[in-house]
Write a protein that binds this ligand. Structure first.
Ligand code: SAH
Length: 386
């Protein structure tokens, strides 16, 4: 079949240009969902199966070089390489903890930075992915909330974290039995449901069976309970849901998780009851940070199990991870154990989350990129050259 070699004009939408490297105006294919990739092929007068082939190379094999895509005719490879690219996030810094946890600081095309954390365990490995630069929520005990500069990540930047980690750990081709990354959690920087559209595109790419093929059962999205998007998340993605509860009264949750003033406990729990996958097999995880003398008494535990009665759930107790300038203390082991006992007696699993990577500030709530500082120094540079 004679397929015309397309002469491709780079007329990508500006968001795609932004996702590409600075001064690189080739269209970035990374982060285009299936339909968008098919549409891009159609724009180039290429048949749909070209999108399937590209998908395989990009998301199953992890290839970034069009020339390595041997199922594509050579002239097509060359034409695509001129006008398109498959980008990778740039690694600013890579740190490895004494316990094997790895944290990457990635630099985005606009100079902002985000963090991604890999947590290896005996029989699995979890990748903790960010959804925003910084976070607008300002939870009182969370380091990320102290970062002022915030923007949503593009779908390409969300999938890009996983792609870069697959490169680093040699996890290509995807889906191998001995792979390092076996599950992902949307628990890094940011509130994923405030960036729902891009998170949805990214997770659909990640779940697609012809590509990375990570099952929805191995994906958990953590939210403070942004009600308008919770239902859509269940309907459209049906991934596991984790909800950051942290307090049993609105009075306290208003302080710890200020978005509670907009989405209070009772409403969030009602949305959990209605979450489409809240069956016994697919329990909702309630995250509960253990803050010494703030929310960690046996009475708090009793109140908690009353609140969540009837919801298929488990309660993940997270010992508070300190960060420079934090005002809280971690509950004692004895307090955490006593709390867990009450929750367990009520019939809920209550695993205590082992702090991982504290020495490199990679544990829950410790992520904060230097974007703000970078911005300031950039401003300084500009002022100096003005
Ligand atoms: N915005 C989402 C995603 C962040 S997930 C959410 O809030 O759910 C990160 C989890 O770590 C959340 O449950 C968060 O409340 C918790 N966390 C934040 N700071 C922490 C800290 N210093 N110690 C322990 N857990 C923390």
């Amino acid at each position: 079949m004679a397929e015309p070699t397309p002469r491709l004009a780079p007329t990508a939408p500006s968001s795609q240009l932004l996702a590409a490297g600075q001064n690189d105006y080739r269209i970035d294919l990374l982060g285009l969902g299936r339909d968008a990739l098919i549409a891009e092929m159609a724009r180039l007068s290429l048949p749909r199966f070209r999108a399937d082939q590209l998908w395989h190379w990009i998301y199953h094999r992890g290839v970034t070089d069009f020339n390595a895509m041997t199922t594509l005719a050579k002239p097509l490879r060359m034409a695509l390489a001129e006008t398109h690219q498959i980008s990778r996030l740039a690694v600013s810094r890579r740190q490895e903890s004494d316990d094997g946890t790895i944290k990457w600081l990635f630099r985005l095309a606009d100079g902002n930075e985000i963090e991604t954390v890999f947590i290896p365990e005996d029989d699995r490995g979890t990748l903790c992915i960010s959804s925003q630069v910084g976070c607008t929520l300002n939870c009182h005990f969370c380091h990320t909330g102290t970062q002022r500069l915030v923007r949503n990540l593009t779908a390409g930047e969300i999938v890009g974290q996983l792609m870069a980690v697959f490169d680093d750990l040699s996890d290509w081709p995807s889906g191998r039995d001995d792979r390092y990354v076996t599950s992902i959690v949307m628990m890094g920087m940011g509130e994923p449901l405030y960036n729902y559209d891009n998170v949805r595109t990214a997770l659909k790419i990640i779940m697609d069976e012809a590509g990375i093929a990570l099952s929805r059962r191995r994906i958990t999205l953590s939210t403070t309970g942004i009600l308008p998007q919770m239902q859509a998340c269940g309907d459209e993605l049906a991934v596991n849901l984790a909800v950051s509860l942290h307090a049993v009264t609105d009075e306290l949750r208003d302080i710890l998780v200020p978005i509670n003033r907009k989405y209070p406990i009772a409403d969030v729990l009602q949305a959990c009851r209605e979450y489409p996958r809240a069956t016994n097999a697919r329990r909702i995880t309630f995250e509960y940070v253990m803050l010494k003398d703030v929310n960690d008494s046996p009475a708090d535990a009793e109140a908690l199990v009353k609140l969540i009665a009837g919801i298929p759930a488990k309660v993940n107790l997270i010992p508070f991870n300190p960060w420079p300038g934090s005002v809280y203390e971690t509950s004692s082991d004895a307090a955490i154990e006593a709390f867990a006992r009450v929750v367990m007696r009520a019939g809920y699993a209550s695993p205590v989350r082992k702090p991982r990577g504290r020495d490199i500030l990679a544990a829950c709530g410790q992520l904060k990129s230097a974007s703000e500082r970078l911005r300031r120094s950039q401003r300084q540079d500009q002022a100096e050259t003005a």
